[in-house]
Design a protein around this ligand. Structure first.
Ligand code: ATP
Ligand code: MG
Length: 174
């Protein structure tokens, strides 16, 4: 699976709609302190279903919505769209949107879906909001210090079998 495009609107410092094409190969994001590099990574994780506001450096999930500056009013929603190319060369668009006071909603290819569907889509592609491939600033130490069970979960996710565990738990609960 490959991310081909990222569109942000009202997400953190990306108040105006931003459209980023991601070419095959290695992509580097450079810029001065505070320009939004980490926010971009957080936009990826958020769209993939991150549920922890703290790991997005916020107190509550609505903190991802543009909070306003001295010259610009706050926004009442944030939306991020990821265009993916799956391994069978199909394109899939995943959108997450949050509105103040109304919570989050997800769409896959224009259809309303639950967070779980988005989680499974990424788990099957061996990625996701908690993928060990996404290492936040200052979090390398956490990978090194992980307990064996946590490290096993990281390896299972990297190996692409995390989605199977979700389905097994589901099946056992029925
Ligand atoms: P560094 O090089 O220091 O790691 P960075 O490029 O990773 O910097 P970010 O941490 O992505 O920068 O961006 C921080 C900026 O985003 C800050 O200016 C902060 O005020 C702004 N920001 C974060 N959340 C919001 C929000 N909800 N509304 C408006 N601005 C926000
Ligand atoms: Mg940063």
């Amino acid at each position: 699976m490959q991310i081909k495009r990222l569109r942000l609107s009202g997400f953190k410092s990306f108040v105006d709609p931003a459209d980023l094409r991601i070419e095959p190969g290695l992509t580097g994001i450079v810029g001065p302190n505070g320009c939004g590099k980490s926010n971009l990574l957080e936009a990826l994780r958020w769209t993939m279903g991150e549920t922890s506001a703290r790991s997005l450096r916020g107190a509550g999930m609505e903190d991802v919505i543009f909070a306003g500056t001295a010259t610009r009013p706050q926004r009442d929603f944030a939306e991020v769209s990821m265009l993916l190319e799956t391994d069978d060369a199909e394109e899939t668009e995943v959108v997450r949107r949050i509105e103040r006071g109304a919570g989050s909603a997800y769409r896959i290819d224009g259809r309303d879906v639950r967070a779980k569907n988005v989680g499974l889509l990424f788990a099957d592609a061996a990625t996701g909001a908690h993928s060990p491939a996404l290492v936040s600033q200052n979090r390398i130490g956490a990978v090194i210090a992980a307990r064996p069970a946590e490290r096993r979960a990281m390896l299972e996710e990297a190996a692409g079998i995390a989605g199977l565990h979700v389905r097994r738990r589901d099946a056992e609960a029925k």
